[in-house]
Design a protein around this ligand. Structure first.
Ligand code: ADP
Ligand code: MG
Length: 701
C-alpha cells in the first residue's frame, strides 16, 4: 500500500528488522517454535537453537547488505555503544568467507574500562561482556547487523541500563502472576510491562546551531535574552507544520519504520520550534531500544537536512522544556491490559488491585521515582512552570477518586441515594470504560488504561524510569499477594486490604493543579518530598530501604547500586563543569570582545559630540551602562573561572564535589547569564557575536 502524498509506503515497516515474520519464514519450524517460547516465556536459550538462528540471521543480514555485525548496548553514559566486527573470515588458501557463530551472536567481549563502571572498576576485572537480549529484535542499519545486548562485567555485575530493566521485567512478571492466580487465572503465562514514550524535541536551523558553542558542547543555550514573542499566543501547539519540519518528519518516519519503530503521531508542541513524536507502545525493553534509536535517528536525519535536533530538557530559558511522557501499563501474554477497568465487578476488583498496587508503590517509593528522572538537564525543567514539579504525586481523575472514596467510607452513592457498599469482590462498582479526564500538570497520571510518568527528561534513556516503576510495583504486588495468599476468606480480605491501602496511600493522590504554589505547601503538610535537584534526588538510590528492595527482587546488588550512585554524581559534576567552562570561553572570546568593540563605537560617538549635546543625547548614559555591565560580567566570569579551578583541585569524595557544583557554581552561572543577557539588549545587533533566541526559535523558514 503506497501513501499517495509521498512515496513512503507502509510495506517498508520493519524491512530491516529480523522480526517474527522473518524468523517464521526462514527458521526451520521446530527451531522457530523453541526460539519463540524462549522469547515469550523468558526461558534460557538452547545452544542448538542459537546455532541455527546465528546462521540464518547472518545470511539474512548479508542479503540486506550488511558486512559487519555489532553488539549494541547501553552503558551508563545513557547513550548507546557499539563495536563493529566484520563477518569476514579468511581461509588457509587465502579466500574470504563469512562467519558468524552462535558464540558471536550470544556473547561479545568488550573492554569495560572504557565505560563508566563506578566503584565496580576498582573491585572487579576491567573486562566485560555483552549478552544477546533475544527478546528485542536484531536489525540492519548502515550495513551493519545490530544485535541488542545487555552489558555485564565478567563477574556478572550489570554495567548498563538494560540489565536492571530486564531483571525488573522478570520481577514484575513473577509478582503479577501470583495476583492473577489468586483470581483463578491459570492460563496466563507471562505478564509484560508495556511502554509508549512520547518524545519531545526542538528543531533549529543548523547554520545557527553551528555558531553556538553552548549548543554544541552542552546541548542548551547558556545565554540569550527572551525574544519579544514567546509561546504566549499559544499558536504553535498543533499548529501547521513548516515545510522543512514536515519534510523532516516524513523522512524520520521512513527511517524509523524501516527499523520497525512504530512512529505514529507527529505534531508541533507548545514552544516555538518544539515538536513531538509518539510511537505505538511496545514491550518495555523494546520500547527502550526503540527510543534510543529514535533519538539517534532524529539527530542524523536533522543533520542530513540542514537542521539540528535538540533533545536537551531545557534548551531555552523562559520557554517550555522537553520531556518524555513515559506511558506504562501491564499486559498479559494473550494481550489483556491489566490496567484497563473491566466490564464486570469481578474484573474491576482485579483491576483495582493492580491500580492500587501502583498507588502504593508510588507513595512508598516516590523518592526512587524522583531519582529515576534526575539529571543536570532535568533540574532546569522539573518545578518550572510548564513541567511537572519535583514533588511526585498521582492524578487519578474524578471518577476513580469517587470510587476510592466510596470504598474507603464503605458507602455507595447511587443515583443520589446512599446505600451500604459491601465492597465485596462482586459488589465493586462498574467503571466506565473510558476515563478520559486529564490533568496535564501531574507528574504521574492515570489516563484510562495506563499510567503516564511525565517527569522523564527528553534526552535520558527510559530504561531507568521503567526499571524503577517495574521494581516498585513488583514489591507492592508482592506484599499484596503475600497477604491474600494466606487469607481464609479471600473476598473479606480483599475488602479489608482495599480500605487499608486507600487510607494509607491516599496522600499521594492529587487531582488539582500541580504547578500552583498552594500544592507545594499542601504537599509539605502531607509529608511528600520535594527533592529539587539531582544531588538531593540521587540520595534515594543508596537509602537502606531501597537497597533492600533491589536486592530482594534481584534487580541490583549493593555494589551495583553504589557504582550507579557514583556514576550519576560524576555525570552531574562533569556536565556542570563543561557548562561552566563553555560559559567562560564564550564570554571571554565572544561576548566581551563584541561588547568592547561596541563600547568603543559609543565612546567615539561621545567624544565626537560637544559637551552640551552629550548630555542631552543620552549617549553618555548608554556608555555608562555598557561599562557597568561589561565590568560586572568580567568580574563574575573571573569568579566562575576561579570556582572551576577550585572544583578541579578538590579531591574530596564525589558527593562533596557535586554539592559544590550545585551550591557554588550553578547559581553563579545564573547570575553571570543575567549580565550577558542584559548586554545583549544594549549592544547593537550587528555587533552581537552569536545567534539570538529569535534566530534559533523563529529562524527556520
Ligand atoms: P494521548 O496521551 O495523546 O491521549 P494515547 O492515549 O493514544 O495518546 O497514547 C499516548 C501514548 O501512550 C502512545 O505512545 C501510546 O502508544 C501509549 N499507550 C497507549 N496504551 C498503552 C499501554 N497499554 N501501555 C503503554 N503505553 C500505552
Ligand atoms: Mg501524553
Amino acid at each position: 500500500m503506497k501513501n499517495s502524498s509521498n512515496d513512503i509506503g507502509f510495506e517498508i515497516f520493519g524491512a530491516d528488522v529480523f522480526n517474527d515474520a522473518v524468523m517464521r519464514e526462514r527458521l526451520p519450524n521446530p527451531i522457530y517454535k523453541k526460539l519463540k517460547k524462549t522469547i515469550q516465556e523468558g526461558l534460557p536459550l538452547e545452544q542448538e537453537v542459537a546455532e541455527v538462528v546465528a546462521c540464518v540471521m547472518k545470511d539474512w543480514a548479508i542479503e540486506k547488505g550488511a558486512t559487519h555485525y555489532s553488539h549494541w548496548f547501553q552503558p551508563m553514559t545513557g547513550i548507546t555503544a557499539e563495536k563493529h566486527d566484520s563477518f569476514l573470515f579468511t581461509t588457509e588458501d587465502g579466500r574470504a568467507i563469512t562467519e558468524f557463530s552462535s558464540k558471536q551472536l550470544i556473547k561479545g567481549e568488550q573492554d569495560a574500562s572504557a565505560f563508566p563502571s563506578g566503584g565496580l572498576r576498582a573491585t572487579f576485572e576491567a573486562r566485560g561482556y555483552t549478552a544477546w537480549d533475544c527478546t528485542s529484535p536484531a536489525f540492519v542499519k548502515d550495513r551493519t547487523l545490530y544485535i541488542p545486548t545487555a552489558f555485564c562485567s565478567y563477574t556478572g555485575e550489570a554495567l548498563d541500563l538494560k540489565t536492571p530493566l530486564l531483571r525488573s521485567m522478570d520481577a514484575i512478571n513473577r509478582q503479577a502472576l501470583r495476583i492473577l492466580r489468586l483470581f483463578g487465572d491459570t492460563a496466563t503465562k507471562r505478564v509484560i510491562p508495556t511502554v509508549g514514550a512520547e518524545q519531545e524535541y526542538f528543531l533549529i536551523d543548523k547554520k545557527y546551531y553551528m555558531q553556538r558553542k553552548d549548543l554544541i558542547y552542552t546541548g542548551r543555550t547558556l545565554f540569550g535574552s527572551r525574544p519579544p514573542k514567546g509561546q504566549e499566543l499559544e499558536d504553535h501547539y498543533y499548529g501547521n507544520l513548516k515545510t522543512r519540519v514536515a519534510k523532516f518528519m516524513r523522512e524520520l518516519d521512513k527511517e524509523l519504520w524501516r527499523l520497525g519503530i512504530p512512529a505514529k503521531t507527529e505534531h508541533n508542541e507548545v514552544a516555538p520550534a518544539q515538536h513531538e513524536l509518539a510511537p505505538v507502545f511496545e514491550t518495555a525493553n523494546i520500547a527502550t531500544d526503540h527510543n534510543q534509536l529514535t533519538m539517534e535517528i532524529m539527530k542524523k536525519v536533522a543533520d542530513k537536512m540542514g537542521l539540528a535536533c535538540i533533545l536537551h530538557e531545557k534548551p531555552f530559558a523562559g520557554v517550555n522544556g522537553s520531556g518524555k511522557h513515559n506511558n506504562w501499563s501491564l499486559r498479559t501474554d494473550d494481550g489483556r491490559n491489566l490496567l484497563k477497568p473491566g466490564k464486570t465487578p469481578e474484573n474491576n476488583a482485579q483491576f483495582l488491585i493492580f491500580f492500587m498496587a501502583v498507588i502504593k508503590a508510588v507513595d512508598e517509593y516516590a523518592d526512587l521515582l524522583r531519582f529515576s528522572v534526575a539529571s543536570a538537564g532535568n533540574d532546569h525543567r522539573l518545578g518550572g512552570h510548564e513541567a511537572p514539579p519535583a514533588i511526585i504525586s498521582v492524578f487519578i481523575g474524578d471518577e476513580l477518586a469517587d470510587i476510592i472514596e466510596q470504598i474507603e467510607t464503605g458507602v455507595a452513592r447511587n443515583n443520589g441515594c446512599s446505600r451500604e457498599l459491601g465492597i465485596g469482590v462482586s459488589t465493586l462498582p462498574v467503571l466506565r470504560k473510558d476515563l478520559t479526564d486529564r490533568n496535564r500538570t501531574s507528574p504521574f497520571a492515570f489516563t484510562g488504561n495506563k499510567f503516564e510518568f511525565r517527569s522523564v527528561g527528553s534526552s535520558q534513556s527510559i530504561a531507568t524510569p521503567n526499571f524503577i516503576i517495574n521494581t516498585i510495583v513488583a514489591e507492592a504486588l508482592c506484599q499484596i499477594a503475600d497477604r491474600l495468599e494466606k487469607a481464609s476468606d479471600f473476598t473479606a480480605e480483599v475488602n479489608k486490604l482495599f480500605k487499608e491501602l486507600i487510607k494509607k496511600h491516599k496522600r499521594i493522590i492529587f487531582n488539582g493543579n500541580n504547578y500552583s504554589e498552594e500544592w507545594v505547601e499542601e504537599a509539605e503538610r502531607r509529608g511528600l518530598k520535594n527533592l529539587k535537584t539531582t544531588v538531593d534526588a540521587i540520595q534515594a538510590l543508596i537509602d537502606e530501604k531501597n537497597i533492600k528492595l533491589f536486592e530482594k527482587h534481584g534487580i541490583l546488588n549493593s555494589a551495583e547500586i553504589h557504582s550507579r550512585y557514583e556514576i550519576q554524581l560524576e555525570n552531574y559534576v562533569k556536565t556542570i563543569r563543561i557548562e561552566a567552562s563553555t560559559m567562560v570561553e564564550m564570554i571571554n572570546r565572544q561576548i566581551l570582545p563584541a561588547s568592547i568593540r561596541y563600547m568603543k563605537e559609543v565612546a567615539d560617538t561621545v567624544n565626537s559630540l560637544n559637551v552640551a549635546n552629550v548630555d542631552s543625547s543620552g549617549v553618555k548614559g548608554d556608555l555608562d551602562k555598557l561599562v557597568m555591565l561589561t565590568k560586572s560580567l568580567r568580574n563574575k566570569t573571573d569568579e566562575l573561572s576561579h570556582k572551576i579551578q577550585q572544583l578541579d583541585e578538590n579531591n574530596s569524595e564525589i558527593l562533596a564535589r557535586a554539592i559544590f557544583c550545585k551550591d557554588a557554581i550553578v547559581p553563579l552561572m545564573e547570575e553571570l547569564r543575567s549580565y550577558a543577557d542584559r548586554l545583549e539588549c544594549s549592544v547593537d545587533a550587528s555587533f552581537w557575536p552569536i545567534p539570538t533566541y529569535t534566530d534559533l526559535m523563529f529562524g527556520l523558514i
